[in-house]
Design a protein around this ligand. Structure first.
Ligand code: SIN
Length: 533
C-alpha cells in the first residue's frame, strides 16, 4: 500500500511548554512540524498550578536557588546544569512575558511580582498566574505557534516508532531520521522524514493507578527513544505529589503545594498536625519526605487519606489566591475556609528520562529531548517544586541553539519504506487492552510505589514482563490504535522503572526501599542502554 511521507526540517513531538517553545525558537531556521497525540492543550503544562521558580526578588539569589535545588536532588544533581538553568531563568522568563504571558503582581501596592513559596524553597520565588499558571502559558504559546507561518501543528497524531538508519539497515552510525505516525481520527499511518526530532512528550504518570497527570502522560517519549536505541536514565525517581484531592468523584485534582506555601498544615483525619515528627521543616519539607510521611500516617492510622488544614485563612484570601482550587473543592462540597481538605499522594513527575545534556543532546544523533521526558541532571534524585517549567523554558532555548549548530542532514539516498501491516486485522478484543492497562498500573502502584522492597520489585518485574509478552503478540496481530500504542508504551516504561529501581541499592531522594534504607557514600546515576538494534 502506498504511504504518505511528510518532510520537515524539525519534527517536534509534544505540545506543552517544552514543545511549543522549541517550535517558536526553531521556526526562524526552517519548517517545523509539531505533532501531538490528542488536542494541543492535552498536556501537563496546561494543568500546572504552582508556577515558575525564578530568582527575581532582591532578597533572593542564584546561589540560594542553586542550593535549594541541590538539597532537594539529594546528591545527584549536576551542579553546572543547575547553575546554568537557574541563572538563565530571568532572561528566558522575560521572553515569555514579552510573548504575552501575564503573572500576578503584588497586591499590597508595592511594585513587583507576587511570589509564591513551595516545599524545599528557602525563599518566595514562584511566579504564578492565579492558580492556573500552566493554562495561561499554554494558551499564549499555542496562539503564537498557530500564527507562525513556519510552524505546522497536527493534533491526533501519535508516534508509533522512531525511524533510525540502523533500523533501515544502512551502514554507519545510528541516526534518527523521522517517525511512523498514526492519525488517530482517520486510522492512516504516515511517515515523517526529518533530520531532527525533538522529543517533548512529558511524563509517565499513567504508569501508576493514581496520578494527577493528564491522560496523555504515558511515557511515550521514553518508550520511543529506548526502542530506537537511546540511553535512558534514573527512571526509579518517580515523584509522588503529596496532595491530590481525595474524593470519589474527583479524578486526579491537585491541591497545589502553594497552598502549603500560604500556611496550610498537613494533619491526620482528627486534625492533628504530624509533619514535625518527620522533618523540622514541617509541611514545607521536600516532596519525597512529605509523601512518605503521609503514606506512613495512612498506614499507621488505617485511614484512606490525610488532610490539609488552611482554615485559618479567610475565604476572601483563599478565593483571591486560589480561585480554581477553591471553586473545585466547593464543587465537591469542601469549603477550604471551613473544612479540612482530604488528600492522598499520587504519581506526579518523572525525575528520570531520556539521557541528555542541558542542550537536549541524546545518545542517538538526530534525536533531542526537552522538558519532563529529558533527564539532564537538573533534578537529581528529587525535583524541587516549580523547577520544571523553568527547565523546559531554558532547555528549549538551549536545545534549539544546539540543533541549529549541529546542522544535521539526512543521508542523501534515504528512502522510508511503507509501513508494513503484515497480517494484522482490526481487533475484536479491546477488552484485553483495557484489562492489561489496569494490570500494569495496579501492579506499579502496589509494588513500585512510594516505599519499595526487593521482593515487591521482583514480583512487579515478573508480572510486567509477562504482560509485555502478551502485549507484543496483540500488537503484531491487530491493527494499531492509540490505545494499543499507549499500552505498549506504559508497559515498557514500567519495566524500565523497575529495572532502574532494582539497580539502586540505597534509598536516595524519591527512591526509598526498606531493604537499603540508607545512602551509599557515592551518588551515581542509573543508566540503561537503549534497546540493541
Ligand atoms: C504544585 O502546584 O504543587 C505543583 C508544582 C510542581 O510540581 O512543580
Amino acid at each position: 500500500m502506498k504511504m504518505r511521507t511528510e518532510s520537515c526540517d524539525f519534527l517536534i513531538v509534544g505540545s506543552g511548554i517544552a514543545g511549543l517553545m522549541s517550535a517558536l525558537y526553531l521556526a526562524p531556521y526552517g519548517r517545523v512540524l509539531l505533532l501531538t497525540k490528542k488536542k494541543l492543550s492535552d498536556c501537563s503544562t496546561n494543568r500546572a498550578q504552582g508556577g515558575i521558580a525564578c530568582v527575581i526578588d532582591e532578597q533572593d539569589s542564584f546561589d540560594q536557588h542553586v542550593i535549594d535545588t541541590l538539597n532537594a536532588g539529594a546528591g545527584l544533581c549536576n551542579e553546572s546544569v543547575v547553575r546554568k538553568i537557574v541563572s538563565e531563568g530571568p532572561e528566558r522568563l522575560n521572553e515569555l512575558i514579552n510573548l504575552g504571558v501575564r503573572f500576578n503582581h503584588r497586591h499590597d501596592g508595592r511594585p513587583g511580582f507576587d511570589l509564591g513559596r513551595e516545599g524545599g524553597h528557602s525563599q518566595r520565588r514562584v511566579l504564578h498566574a492565579g492558580d492556573i499558571t500552566g493554562q495561561k502559558i499554554e494558551s499564549v504559546l499555542v496562539k503564537r505557534a498557530m500564527r507562525h507561518p513556519a510552524i505546522t501543528m497536527m493534533e491526533n497524531a501519535m508516534l508509533i516508532d522512531l525511524i533510525t538508519t540502523r533500523w533501515l539497515r544502512r551502514p554507519g552510525d545510528n541516526q534518527c531520521v523521522g517517525a511512523y505516525v498514526l492519525n488517530e481520527k482517520s486510522g492512516e499511518i504516515f511517515a515523517v522524514r526529518s533530520p531532527v526530532t525533538v522529543m517533548a512528550t512529558g511524563g509517565c504518570g499513567k504508569v501508576y493507578l493514581y496520578t494527577c497527570n493528564p491522560d496523555i502522560a504515558t511515557g511515550d517519549g521514553i518508550a520511543l527513544a529506548w526502542r530506537a536505541g537511546a540511553k535512558i536514565t534514573n527512571m526509579e525517581f518517580i515523584q509522588f505529589h503529596p496532595t491530590c484531592l481525595y474524593h470519589p468523584k474527583a479524578k486526579r485534582f491537585l491541591i497545589s503545594e502553594a497552598v502549603r506555601g500560604e500556611g496550610a498544615e498537613l494533619v491526620d483525619t482528627n486534625g492533628r498536625a504530624f509533619m514535625k515528627k518527620y522533618d523540622k521543616r514541617g509541611s514545607l519539607a521536600p516532596r519525597d519526605i512529605v509523601a512518605r510521611a503521609i503514606d506512613s500516617e495512612m498506614k499507621r492510622t488505617g485511614a484512606p487519606y490525610c488532610c490539609l488544614d488552611i482554615r485559618h485563612k479567610s475565604s476572601e484570601f483563599l478565593k483571591a489566591r486560589f480561585p480554581n482550587i477553591y471553586n473545585t473543592c466547593l464543587e465537591f462540597g469542601i469549603d477550604m475556609a471551613n473544612d479540612l481538605i482530604p488528600i492522598v499522594p499520587s504519581a506526579h513527575y518523572m525525575g528520570g528520562g531520556i539521557k541528555t545534556s542541558i542542550d537536549g543532546v541524546t545518545s542517538l544523533p538526530g534525536l533531542y529531548a526537552v522538558g519532563e521526558t529529558a533527564c539532564n541532571g537538573l533534578h537529581g534524585a528529587n525535583r524541587l517544586a516549580s523547577n520544571s517549567l523553568l527547565e523546559a523554558l531554558v532547555c528549549a532555548y538551549e536545545t534549539s541553539g544546539r540543533v541549529i549548530a549541529d546542522a544535521c542532514v539526512l543521508p542523501k539516498t534515504l528512502r522510508i519504506p511503507a509501513w508494513h501491516y503484515g497480517k494484522a486485522v482490526a481487533s475484536d478484543e479491546a477488552v484485553m487492552v483495557a484489562h492489561n492497562w489496569m494490570e500494569v498500573r495496579t501492579c506499579m502502584w502496589d509494588y513500585v510505589g512510594i516505599v519499595r522492597t526487593n521482593k515487591r520489585l521482583a514480583r512487579a518485574q515478573n508480572r510486567v514482563r509477562n504482560l509485555r509478552r502478551e502485549i507484543r503478540e496483540y500488537y503484531f496481530d491487530y491493527l494499531v490504535t492509540t490505545d494499543t500504542l499507549e499500552l505498549r508504551n506504559i508497559a515498557l516504561v514500567a519495566e524500565l522503572i523497575i529495572r532502574c529501581a532494582l539497580r539502586r541499592k540505597e534509598s536516595r531522594g524519591l527512591h526509598y526501599t526498606l531493604d537499603y534504607p540508607s545512602l551509599l557514600p557515592q551518588a551515581r546515576n542509573t543508566i540503561l542502554p537503549g534497546r540493541k538494534l
